[in-house]
Ligand binder design. Structure first.
Ligand code: PA5
Length: 359
């Protein structure tokens, strides 16, 4: 990733005063404690046990910063799961959900109306329900269902480790997937990356800052190379949306070769795009070929940046790119001069809808 221009760009990401001024809610600190949050979440879950249950499918219902943990869990576990796992972001459930479904209702606040509605429907269908929230109405109506309590007082997207860990550990405790032993590798790698992408690490040695400079003023198109990174790519998009208040789009190999690629045939671009390829050493050989062909086709039409996972185990590889994307989105927020924590439009919509009674 080149950085011939970043030293004289303003605002300077190497000026801590600039970061502190913009980051009013201290999202940098909340993000940087990801390794400790994973440790805390593992310890909070402890040796919790569940009554025996052999579901025929798993549904994780939630929205936004709460739902993304479901996508990441799906990416992590897809090679091991012998039953389908579906992440659902809606009020109403598809009809296949029955008493044989394992249903997770996940809402950090516990008050998100889509999740509450889906949970009520799941209860009515006698699905086996697990509720995850930091309180709110979800906790009030959980009744006899398993309830997993999250620490309160965070923005939902910063609570990602606290939501993701119990999702994975619950599936292990129910013997739906094997107990994994690669948490420590992920935690140690995150501690290394914390130094690399720290505000204290100057731009020439800091790839998160460099990519933020490169994406400033551009519309990032995030292309994931493998199913392991599908959830990560969505996390990148949503973190750029919420933290940097910026548009970003996601697409996936090989599907994008059957539609999105056609948009590159045109030479008159409708926006100032930049492509970010999220890559992993485990990606399929045919995908590697496809990426080479993509670069040949579009390399002279757009800037293309590649970010590779780090680490050995799947968990470390996934977390390495989540952390990179989270830090990148915060640096982008600083470059745009916006407070990463503030989500006024999301709150506005929730408040307005809250005035209309649900049927
Ligand atoms: O990041 C956010 O704040 C949002 O995407 C929320 O997660 C989303 O609105 C759902 O709220 P909750 O996570 O409290 O269910």
């Amino acid at each position: 990733m080149s950085c011939e221009f970043c030293s004289h760009q303003t605002p300077s990401l190497d000026d801590l005063g600039v970061i502190t001024k913009v980051d009013k809610g201290d999202m940098f600190s909340l993000t940087q404690k990801m390794p400790e949050d994973i440790e805390q979440a593992l310890s909070d879950f402890g040796t919790r046990t569940f009554s025996r249950f052999s579901p025929v499918n798993i549904v994780i219902a939630g929205m936004g910063g709460s739902a993304i943990s479901g996508d990441i869990a799906n990416s992590l576990l897809r090679d091991e799961l012998s039953i389908p796992l579906i992440v659902m972001r809606d009020y109403n459930l598809p009809s296949f959900i029955k008493r044989t479904t394992l249903f997770f209702a996940v809402s950090y606040s516990g008050n998100t109306e889509e999740t509450l509605s889906a949970y009520n429907e799941a209860k009515a269908k006698n699905a086996r329900c697990v509720v995850i929230s930091s309180g709110g109405k979800l906790k009030e109506i959980a009744g006899d269902d398993v309830y997993i309590s999250l620490p309160s007082g965070m923005p939902p997207r910063a609570a990602f480790p606290f939501i993701f860990v119990p999702l994975v550990r619950s599936l292990e405790a129910m013997e739906i997937v094997k107990k994994r032993n690669d948490w420590q590798e992920a935690i140690e790698l995150l501690r290394e990356l914390r130094e690399e992408y720290s505000p204290l690490t100057p731009t020439p040695e800091n790839n998160a800052k460099k990519l933020a400079y490169s994406l400033k003023g551009k519309l990032p198109l995030i292309y994931a190379s493998s199913p392991l990174l599908y959830g990560v790519a969505l996390r990148w998009k949503t973190q750029i949306n919420e933290n940097a208040k910026a548009h970003a789009y996601v697409d996936y190999f090989p599907e994008l070769h059957h539609n999105e690629i056609m948009a590159w045939e045109r030479n008159d671009k409708v926006a100032n795009f930049a492509v970010v390829l999220l890559r992993d050493k485990g990606e399929n050989d045919r995908i590697k070929k496809r990426i080479e062909i993509t670069k040949e086709l579009i390399g002279d039409k757009t800037e293309i940046y590649e970010v590779w996972t780090r680490g050995e185990g799947k968990l470390a590889r996934i977390f390495s790119l989540i952390y990179f994307g989270d830090m990148l989105s915060l640096y982008l927020a600083v470059l745009y001069g916006v407070d990463p924590q503030e989500i006024d439009f999301i709150n506005h919509i929730k408040n307005k809808l809250g005035k209309f009674p649900t049927s």
